[in-house]
Design a protein around this ligand. Sequence first.
Ligand code: 5GP
Length: 174
Amino acid sequence: MKLLISEKEIETKVKQLAEEISSDYTGKTPILIGVLNGSFIFMADLVRELSIDCEVDFIKLHSYTGTRSGGTVHLLKDISADITERDVIIVEDIVDTGLTMKFFKERLEGAHPSSLSIVTLLFKKEVAQLNFNIDYIGFEIPSDYVVGYGLDYNQKKRNLKGIYVFNQDDGGNK
Ligand code: 5GP
């Protein structure tokens, strides 16, 4: 596998994103909602860099099998918090086609939060077809399938500290 983004680069970027969010939400207590499983590491690092109060919740969605998007988004676990009239920040590890985010965003909007913004660590600009704005983007990356820092290949490789381009032909060996 080829290293795309190092542990150090991720650390620096997460701090920058957290600073921006802390500044934009000064005096507020947003609720950050992570998309499982991929966002769990990003969420853990991001909230620890925030200088404001915040709450955390998670949703579990599924659209991928192997390295292909299934085209349909399934809800596996809903949020438990009441987000009506709350400041909500969606925390995603990666936006690829944008299908998952569209589904999630529309679902949350139905609960009438007072504001809704999106932070994603990775964004596949060439692939995404979005009719909405992403407020905070860590890195724009090529359309290759990536693993590490929470992102999996068939549930493995999430524990890698950096982000790697995954090559199915070599079985994903480092
Ligand atoms: P989208 O709906 O934007 O096409 O895909 C979003 C979801 O697909 C992400 O939350 C993630 O679970 C998965 N995904 C998309 N691209 C990648 C990738 O390059 N690597 C991994 N591991 N998962 C991906």
